[in-house]
Design a protein around this ligand. Structure first.
Ligand SMILES: [Zn+2]
Ligand SMILES: [Zn+2]
Length: 142
């Protein structure tokens, strides 16, 4: 819990109960991807006094401070995750919406090459790969 307060202080954010609860959730599940609603439900389950509006505000502030990062997975789904400082892409299951993370340095080098071929210096790539996860593919035959 101490680390959470330190992180908020370093980011010059006041340690409100919602911010502490939200950031604690991401540290408790450092590899999970949460929608706003999932964060909201997790906080309410802890009997934390919470409102959806305050969760939205906390997520926006924590994102601005780069303590967490958001990713758009398709047209409507936005997820938040702890900022572990690891570049990665997301693979999303079409059926169960499970999210996996992938990173391929060769693929990234290829993106830089493509950008350069068009006269751009590469900065980043926002990529989501859609497919069917092994679990869903296995269940499909039953
Ligand atoms: Zn699936
Ligand atoms: Zn991720």
């Amino acid at each position: 819990m101490i680390a959470i307060y330190e992180k908020l202080e370093k980011a010059r954010l006041r340690a409100t109960s919602t911010r502490v609860a939200v950031l604690s959730l991401f540290h408790a599940f450092p590899r999970e991807h949460f929608t706003v609603e999932q964060v909201y439900r997790a906080l309410c389950d802890q009997a934390e006094p919470c409102s959806l509006a305050s969760v939205y505000r906390a997520l926006a502030l924590l994102s601005d401070a780069r303590l967490i990062v958001s990713a758009a997975l398709g047209d409507t789904r936005v997820v938040y995750e702890l900022n572990r400082g690891e570049r990665h892409y997301h693979v999303v299951c079409d059926r169960c919406a499970r999210v996996a993370e992938v990173y391929d340095p060769e693929f990234e080098a290829q993106q830089a090459k493509v950008a350069e071929e068009h006269g751009f210096s590469f900065s980043s790539c926002n990529l989501v790969i859609f497919g069917v996860c092994a679990k869903c593919a296995g269940l499909a035959g039953n």
